[in-house]
Design a protein around this ligand. Sequence first.
Ligand SMILES: Nc1ncnc2c1ncn2[C@@H]1O[C@H](COP(=O)(O)OP(=O)(O)OP(=O)(O)O)[C@@H](O)[C@H]1O
Ligand code: SF4
Ligand SMILES: [Mg+2]
Length: 373
Amino acid sequence: MSDDVTLPAQQGSASASAPSEVLLKVAGLTKHFPVYGGFPIKRKVGAVQAVDDVDLTVGAGESVGLVGESGCGKSTTGRLITRLMEPTGGRIEYAGRDITHASRRQLAPVRSEIQMIFQDPYSSLNPRQTVGTIIKSPMEVNGINPKGGRDTKVRELLELVGLNPEHFNRFPHEFSGGQRQRIGVARALALNPKLIVADEPVSALDVSIQAQVVNLLQKVQQELGIAFLFIAHDLAVVRHFSQRVAVMYLGKVVEVGDRVSIYSRPRHPYTHALLSAVPEVSTIDEPEDRERIRLAGDVPSPILPPSGCRFRTRCWKAQDKCASEVPPLVRIDGNHEGHLTACHFPEQPTTAARDEDIVLDPALTALEDTGKD
Ligand SMILES: Nc1ncnc2c1ncn2[C@@H]1O[C@H](COP(=O)(O)OP(=O)(O)OP(=O)(O)O)[C@@H](O)[C@H]1O
Ligand code: SF4
Ligand SMILES: [Mg+2]
């Protein structure tokens, strides 16, 4: 199947490349899930601090990557932004409008403008509905009647995402994983959204198909001028897609910046660790001599996160201050404008900050040694 996407002329937009106005502004966003215990009477005994005081912006037509290990709060952030979940605290502004606690009725005018694409294309599509019905239903629910009718629009969308418009009456199981994700993209596009939150849209796909779907999303983003929050668990997937990247660790954004800053001048030790796992990362300043960093142990529990800097239990630079003071997310010395880092003792702005491998997990070293014999 071809990656090429042919856009109907009227849908193209030249305004995609220069994000000027802020479309989405998130400030202090927090989601704590209560944890209940006790017998016979259950009471709240704690909270999963899934998202804690997150600030984030997405410009109109801009693509922003949100990256971090499993469980760090990426999906929860996406669900809060799309208002599939109610935040515990903070503020979500969309197009200058406070939607943090907006009711269904209040949300109605913007509901169609913010869409979500999910990780598992199969479970997010109703297996008993035809592709035509699946793509058409958001238009029906929102009372949208495009010129030429809904069926024509569905066929246009199928073509737009690289599927055969004649497959209108087929069911999801008759498509491959990559094709199903294309159906998910077509459904998200049905309402002409301005912002798409894509939650690991390619993680469930074969590696060979991932690039095709990323290319499709990139074309959609650039040519239709749609803003994206692209969620991924590693920096490799969003490398070519995102103009800016936010790195998340245990519920907090620890570093955010434009692509060059994050991939070539990272400052937060966690970003260094994530980057060291990206094969063949192309850097601008130092293309070679990257260190490999293996992080020791698992991510700590979000129910009882470490005091001060949440990364300190796995950080090779941690000092006493890291346990007592939460590092603010700020522009530190040496950072370009818009490049913010939450760290008391940041790394040098280079991907070759150290010339030796750092292997923090002795169990991994032992395993590797065994493998060599
Ligand atoms: N409904 C819920 N109730 C309680 N805890 C939850 C709920 N949803 C998520 N969590 C917890 O919140 C934390 C963040 O979860 P989230 O799904 O946002 O992480 P993620 O970064 O998307 O992870 P993954 O990469 O595995 O998808 C996890 O510890 C998770 O167990
Ligand atoms: S604040 Fe301290 S523990 Fe946290 S990343 Fe920076 S050096 Fe490491
Ligand atoms: Mg997730």
